[in-house]
Design a protein around this ligand. Structure first.
Ligand code: GLN
Length: 267
């Protein structure tokens, strides 16, 4: 069977993008190489290895959890079911952080990634900013372990500090004075939780998704903690749900430099 025939058959069962990601994983060929080799015969061993992965994807398991990795802002991040899968929706936050660091002259700035999960936001930002260091905070020690592994693989571990803390609590004795605070906090509302796609609802960590009844609990806690997290002239860069921008603007109204990027924004 050729790669083309194998992908065609797989695409009748699962999303084509997932079929390509899984075939790329078992063959260790990039998607571009697969396209180049479409007409080549695929080794039987690859077809055999692909089948159980297709079955998992047929049960809505996300391809990123099956392969254990996902591309984000040109970097490969390891993911486990303990962390949200990096989404292209969040890439504009990285660009905003990099732009803002560059306008501040680059240099030795500190970025704080609150609710860091895989670490994709903060690590992708400091990967582009040689002088920057990252403080990555999450409530989940399993998520922090994923952030650490990603930092090691990407050669960024020396610029990383990990802290386990609950973003919903009040941080009395803290003073990070970060130059940039970047965050994709949980923001899914109670009613949206039950309506989520099965691949998200049944596989991704609810801890990283559920933002309280109206989805805004983390933004309220953040606004309260901000003087202890961000330097007075620091920049706050937040993702929110596609319909939450004005609500988050109202919550963060007292913060002077604030960039709010709703999911689905193309910049
Ligand atoms: N964008 C994610 C989703 O809709 C939610 C991410 C989050 O809550 N921060 O599945």
């Amino acid at each position: 069977m050729t790669y083309f025939e194998l992908l065609k058959a797989a695409s009748l069962r699962i999303r084509r993008a997932d079929a390509i990601e899984l075939l790329s994983f078992v063959t260790e060929l990039s998607a571009a190489e697969l396209v180049r080799d479409y007409g080549e015969v695929c080794a039987d061993s690859a077809a055999t290895a692909l089948e159980p992965l297709i079955i998992r994807a047929e049960h809505d398991e996300p391809a990123a959890y099956i392969t254990g990795k996902r591309e984000f802002r040109g970097l490969t991040f390891q993911v486990t079911p303990d962390v949200l899968i990096p989404r292209s929706d969040s890439e504009p936050l990285v660009d905003a952080a990099v732009r803002s660091a560059q306008t501040r002259g680059g240099g030795e700035i500190t970025i704080l990634d609150l609710c860091c999960g895989s670490g994709c936001l903060g690590l992708a930002a400091i990967a582009k900013l040689p002088g920057a260091s990252l403080i990555a905070i999450d409530i989940s020690d399993k998520a922090l372990a994923v952030t650490r592994r990603n930092a090691e693989t990407l050669g960024l571990a020396e610029r990383l500090t990990l802290i386990q803390a609950d973003a919903l609590s009040v941080w009395e004795n803290t003073d990070f004075e970060a130059d940039i605070l970047i965050s994709n906090p949980p923001y899914v509302t109670a009613s949206e939780m039950s309506a989520l796609d099965r691949s998200v609802r049944d596989y991704e960590p609810h801890l990283a998704l559920f933002g309280g009844t109206d989805g805004l609990d983390f933004y309220r806690a953040l606004a309260e903690n901000i003087p202890r997290l961000l330097a007075p002239d620091g920049v706050l860069i937040l993702e929110c749900g596609s319909t939450q921008k004005s609500a988050v603007e109202a919550i963060t109204a007292g913060i002077s430099n604030c960039v709010i990027i709703p999911a689905g924004t193309q910049l």
